[in-house]
Each structure stands twice: as C-alpha cells, then as structure tokens.
Design a protein around this ligand. Structure first.
Ligand SMILES: [Zn+2]
Ligand SMILES: [Zn+2]
Length: 247
C-alpha cells in the first residue's frame, strides 16, 4: 500500500494546503480517507478524481468532509465528459442524519452507511470501521491489504478500546495529534489526543511506525514531535502534504 498525505491541518489549513485527507493506493484501488477543506485540489496533484474508487468519511466535522461537495462535482463532470461511467462509492456515518441524507440524494454518489464491527472491500483493500470517542459519532478505520495494516484513528480522545484496536497489529498508525502536552487534561472533554497520549498509544500499541497528523496551524510541528518523543522512541513521521509512505 502507498499512503499519501494530502492534508494534515485542523480546523483550517495553512496557505495552499488542506485539512484531513489521506490517499491509499494499491494495485487495484485508490481510496480517500476523509476529505476536508482543500483536499479536492490536493488530490488532483496525484490522481484525477475520476480514478477514485471510494471516499470514506470518519465523521461530519467540516475539516473531514467539506470537500466532498467539490469531489461530487468532479465526478459529475467526469460522467458528463464520459471519462467515468460509475457513481463514486462513498461511506458515511449515518449521523447527523440530514447530512447523510443530503449526500445520499446526489446521483453522482453511491452512498453506504458505516457501521462499527462490519467490514467492506474497496478493490483489494479491506476496511474495518471501529467507533471512537469524539464530539460527534465518529469512526476510526483498520485498512488492510496484502497482510499490511494501517490504523487511522480519525478524531478521538484516549480510550482503552482504541489501544486494544492498535494492539491487534498495526504496521502504520495514522494518529490524530490535536493537543499539546499542556492541554493533556482537556483531552477527554475536547474529544482529541495530546502529543503525550499519541506517543503512549504508539508505544503501548507496539506499532511498526507512527504517522502523527491533524495539527493546529498555530503550533510548531517540531515542538509537537519533541513532545511525542518523550513517550515514544520508535519510527515517527510528522504529517506534511509532501509525505508518501510505502507500507
Ligand atoms: Zn472532529
Ligand atoms: Zn478534525
């Protein structure tokens, strides 16, 4: 699997960059995990939208789904120009229901509801959603192909169930990293992880590689990295829109 970071900022991007969006590519699939502000333009640096096989949205916060409105129009245009025939498979949380229904009514999209504990295939990639703790119904995903695994936390606070999921075997942990160490005590209330918690999950989860993402543009990413390293000394990559990882 190839994982390309298309965007890593929250809740708004730095200039010319984007919020959450991660392109997973294999021999038989191109799927997009999350699609926040600015992702449609970043995607087309790598892939015309008509080549996308699926978009999977963790939760309905705009930094994770706002550019699905733009992708929808790219697919509509491709169908009009006959460079694509099929609607785009999209996997969405069922709540808030008005947003699920809004996308479900778009003819360019073939919308499916995400349920925790189930799994689905996109080409040769298996995706297993699991529930995470956040201010909206939200899912993390285990993404597997060819005996290799990515676990994407989406937005979440710390929980034993998250650590248990990571411990099942994770070659690459794509982990949200919203808060700094000084904000540790706010993490449950805000539904996010701090740098120290990110490091602890990676260490205790025994991951092969940690890729930290979902940064506030006001923070220095080098400082975030040094805080993570207080808890975790394994292989660490800080997300940037130039990062491409082969798993
Ligand atoms: Zn969120
Ligand atoms: Zn977010």
């Amino acid at each position: 699997m190839l994982l390309r970071i298309l965007g890593c900022w929250t809740p708004y991007p730095r200039p010319l960059e984007a919020c959450s969006g991660y392109l997973v590519s294999t021999a038989a699939a191109n799927l997009l995990l999350d699609c926040g502000h600015g992702i449609s333009a970043q995607l087309t640096r790598w892939l015309p939208a008509e080549k996308l096989d699926a978009v999977i949205i963790s939760h309905f916060h705009p930094d994770h789904y706002a550019d699905l409105y733009a992708i929808r129009h790219m697919i509509r245009g491709a169908i009009f120009l006959k460079t694509r025939q099929q609607p785009l498979a999209v996997y969405l949380p069922q709540e808030p229901a008005h947003l699920f229904e809004e996308f479900a009514a778009m003819p360019e999209l073939q919308v499916n509801a995400i349920t925790a504990g189930s799994s689905f295939m996109v080409g040769d990639v298996e995706i297993r959603p699991f529930a995470v703790h956040h201010s909206l119904p939200s899912f993390g995903f285990r993404v597997e192909n060819n005996n290799q695994s990515i676990v994407y936390t989406a937005d979440t606070s710390y929980s034993k169930s998250l650590l248990d999921e990571v411990r099942k075997g994770t070659d690459l942990l794509l982990c949200e990293c919203t808060l700094i160490a000084a904000e540790d005590e706010l993490s449950q209330q805000l539904g996010h992880l701090s740098t120290l918690q990110v490091g602890r999950i990676a260490r205790e989860g025994g991951v092969g590689m940690l890729l930290a993402t979902h940064f506030w543009p006001g923070y220095n990413v080098g400082m975030l990295q040094r805080e993570i390293e207080q808890e975790y000394q394994g292989k660490l990559i800080m997300a940037a829109n130039t990062v491409v990882v082969s798993i």
